[in-house]
Design a protein around this ligand. Structure first.
Ligand SMILES: NCCCNCCCCCC(O)(O)C(F)(F)F
Ligand SMILES: [Zn+2]
Length: 577
């Protein structure tokens, strides 16, 4: 009689955390030709010392006994923990899951690969120092973070947990540690959703030295969409992450936050993970390790994994359509978290200083007022369009030198992905290109007009970064252009590394079709700009100081003025009216 039949007979086998999660995800990667473009790292078992970076000796010793336990003992053992199922082979699997995450960290930090993803089972983010919990035995990502600090002396690590459950195990591990910034959003419903912890609410910000380095974003309604996720990234996570300036980004990549998942009951589509991944790749010079956590709808999971890996490979992002702006519940959560963290992060200090009152958002139904038809469907019955194919043009970038004429249609007609032109007069050329594209090329194409940056321009990097996240990104997403025309005007006051970050972030739009115009005497900028257009990560901005008050307030004023028409700019449930 093999273990399997023993296991099935006595313990309530877990119905959603099943082996098919890995076989279906891997199968989709193979089918989409993505495994051919990756190197497949060998896995190994974690050794005791690595597991003890996070877990206690008594817990490790106890788990070590499980392979030799009788079914009765196993059942007894399991009962002391919550929502976790022990099989005689789970200790071996849990060591492989940790070992895989550490292999990925080694390869990224030794520069063998730029980034990567570990597809592991069992997941890890709920397991605590001396307790298994929520399908998790060892905390894969928490161990990976401690390992990176100990073995490579990494100073600052950002952990982004986009799984729909709160990774309380990670939170407890680093709550007093300022070198690890833990960000988690999670279905919460005012503590009515599992794991029903007060510790998962927005006001739990970390302890002692770690105060401010734990960010909890509770989703108090289900049905959250792409707009809700993007709003939290633009108006909370990215500004803080850039201020923190991590040397390494780890992702608790759970995909139960995607549409169709029975646990999450959210409505964000799999292509959102392409954008979330890309936005994080502009940090830590692209050093990003994603480790699988949850995700229980096999169709949605497979698509989300492919979207994530395709972005890690540098493919152009699929434009996100019909972004309707965040819902009321999201705005309330966002406002609460920003207020709880204002004292810890200068990027939030001036936020909301301009009091704003509520506006009626276009088409905003708060999540439980969704149209009847959709609402009746169970998560498994939900349908969504397959993410669009993300074709990378044969030529990635082109540089046009002064005597050549810029022909943007080669970019627009997808012959190349992006381009850079050195021109005599950037302003005049910009006008020509705008007219040319508007007239010559099919009028369907829109352009990102020159963003109305605060009149006096943002002189300091922090102010500019603030404008980028709270203005430019949300506007760009909602405007959804087909071409991004980025013009570096003489005397713009934008420093080179900020320019590189901006060039990188703007690839989020228009399938990455960016045309950059530089003044021909700006030769020094050609190399750094071309490097970004070719997909290299932008150098870090460094830990950002507080932005100038007048800059931050100018951005806030502009945001308040524009948010009536562009509600991805909203950060509070209020408006100026
Ligand atoms: N009435 C009890 C419901 C218990 N539900 C347990 C949900 C566990 C979620 C695990 C996960 O998805 O967060 C992980 F990423 F760890 F796998
Ligand atoms: Zn989960």
């Amino acid at each position: 009689m093999n273990c399997r039949s023993l296991f099935v007979h006595f313990s309530p086998a877990c119905k959603i955390e099943v082996p098919e999660r890995l076989t279906v995800s891997h199968g989709a990667l193979v089918r989409n030709g993505l495994t051919d473009r990756c190197i497949c790292l060998p896995v190994r078992e974690a050794v005791d010392a690595e597991i003890l970076l996070v877990h206690s000796e008594e817990y490790l010793e106890a788990v070590k006994q499980t392979p030799h336990m009788t079914l009765e003992d196993l059942k007894e053992f399991t009962l002391q923990y919550g929502d976790v199922y022990f099989h005689p082979n789970i200790y071996h699997c849990a060591k492989l899951a940790v070992g895989s995450a550490l292999q990925l960290v080694d390869s990224v930090l030794m520069g063998k690969v730029k980034n990567g993803m570990a597809l592991v089972r069992p997941p890890g983010h709920h397991s605590m120092r001396s307790a298994a919990n929520g399908f998790c035995v060892f905390n894969n990502v928490a161990i990976a973070a401690q390992y990176a600090k100990q073995k490579y002396g990494v100073k600052r690590i950002l952990i982004v947990d986009w799984d729909i459950h709160h990774g309380q195990g990670v939170q407890y591990c680093f709550e007093d540690d300022p070198s690890v910034l833990y960000f988690s959003w999670h279905r919460y419903e005012h503590q009515k959703f599992w794991p029903n912890l007060k510790d998962s609410d927005y006001d739990i910000v970390g302890k002692g030295e770690g105060a401010g380095f734990n960010i909890n974003v509770p989703w108090n309604k289900v049905g959250m969409e792409n707009s809700d996720y993007l709003s939290v990234f633009c108006h909370l996570l990215l500004p803080i992450a850039y201020e923190f300036c991590p040397d390494l980004v780890l992702v608790c990549a759970g995909f139960d936050s995607a549409i169709g998942d029975p646990e999450g009951e959210m409505c964000a589509t799999p292509d959102i993970f392409a954008h979330l991944t890309y936005l994080l790749m502009n940090l830590a010079e692209g050093k990003l390790c994603a480790v699988l956590e949850g995700g229980y709808n096999l169709t949605s999971l497979a698509q989300s994994v492919c979207q994530t890996v395709q972005t890690l490979l540098g493919d152009p992002l699929p434009p996100l359509t019909n972004l309707t702006g965040p819902c009321r519940s999201t705005l309330e959560s966002l406002q609460c978290v920003r207020a709880a963290h204002r004292q810890h992060w200068s990027c939030l200090r001036h936020a909301g200083t301009i009091s704003t009152k509520r506006i009626k958002l276009s088409g905003e139904g708060n999540k439980d007022e969704a149209e009847v038809g959709e609402e009746q469907k169970s998560p498994e019955e939900k349908i969504w369009p397959e993410p669009p194919k993300r074709i990378c043009p044969p030529v990635c970038s082109a540089v046009v030198l002064p005597d050549g004429v810029v022909c943007p249609d080669i970019i627009i007609l997808f012959q190349i992905r992006n381009g850079l032109a050195l021109v005599g007069d950037a302003a005049m050329t910009m006008t020509c290109v705008v007219q040319y594209v508007a007239a010559e090329v099919d009028s369907r194409y829109e352009l990102i007009k020159n963003f109305p940056f605060p009149s006096q321009g943002c002189t300091d990097t922090s102010g500019f970064a603030q404008a980028m996240f709270s203005l430019l990104l949300p506007l760009g997403y909602q405007y959804n252009p087909s071409l991004v025309l980025l013009v570096r005007m003489p005397g713009s006051g934008v420093c080179d590394i900020m320019w590189q970050q901006l060039t990188g972030l703007l690839q989020s739009f228009a399938h990455g079709h960016t045309l950059v115009l530089l003044q021909e005497d700006d030769k020094a900028c050609v190399g750094p700009t071309a490097s970004i257009l070719l997909g290299n990560p932008a150098p870090p901005l460094g830990q950002l100081p507080a932005s100038l008050k007048e800059d931050a307030e100018a951005v806030e004023r502009l945001r308040s003025r524009l948010q009536a028409d562009w509600n991805l700019l909203l950060t509070t449930g209020e408006s100026t009216k």
